[in-house]
Design a protein around this ligand. Sequence first.
Ligand SMILES: [Zn+2]
Ligand SMILES: [Zn+2]
Length: 332
Amino acid sequence: MPELRQNLATREWVIIASERARRPNAFSASEQRLLTEEHNSYEPDCPFCVGNEELDLEVERFPANGAWQTRVVQNKYPALAKEGALTRVFNGVQRRIAGVGYHEVVIEHPRHNTTLALMTPDEVQIVLKTFQRRGIEISKDHRIEHIIYFKNHGATAGASLLHPHSQIIGLPVVPSSIRRRIDEARRYFDDTGQCVFCSMLEDELAQNERIVAMNEHFAAFVLYAALSPFHIWILPRRHSASFLQAQPDELAGLASVLRDVVRKFYFGLRDPDYNLIIRSGPVKEPGSVYFHWYVSLIPRVNRAAGFELGSGMYINPALPEASADFLRSIEI
Ligand SMILES: [Zn+2]
Ligand SMILES: [Zn+2]
């Protein structure tokens, strides 16, 4: 019998279609597809490769001198403009504000054919520190209400270049999907006096059926109401609403757990395309007692179709507990 499950933090329902369930390894990427490491380590046409740097777009590099490990550049085709006043025009039912904000690209490594799964824990930690350093800078701009950090790995996840990179967008509004999550979290807090994410984490640790990787600072688990196979959240074990407040030892803990999970994807599912999103609370509410920041990972192993677009609801053809079992069994 299929069942509907609800994620209490987002209130999203998903159909777990156990009757259509496939074996977890059926979601592996095709054998014909090249793994990231099988591509060239340098591409003369790649703007992110060493020697091809577009210096006019550069925001920062780390370290500041000598060979770089990470670079941040402005997006060549930014979705938002950095300069300009935050003007608002409300004209009847037409509402608009100036498209000011930040759109930056984090080049995660000098090498063209690597990815988080193949980097050392220290290298992953340097990437996370770069996100945080830029986030802190961007959050000082009073026009910015919300910052999204995301990574598209592979073409079906939206990446146009193989070279490992992520993006940071600073927005002049709080997006409605974030607003809804915050409202739901506040409602749960009003009802129970607890953070819904802390409650979920406590349950996951107690049940230990869907945990994939963990250490003293972070836990990664396949969601009880996973929207797709291997849909994972990585939560800090200490309550905190803001990624920008993570301490250095916590970032090291996240680097280790995140790397373990993406290595399990890489070796267990043949380097699948995936999206990674860091969901932090609004920059102006860093001390929220009911919102809890986290990392979401969504491998693109299952294509969304008309039903998903029409209902906003997903059908997951994999049992979350079986997905977690499979990932746990992958030797990294
Ligand atoms: Zn490159
Ligand atoms: Zn919490």
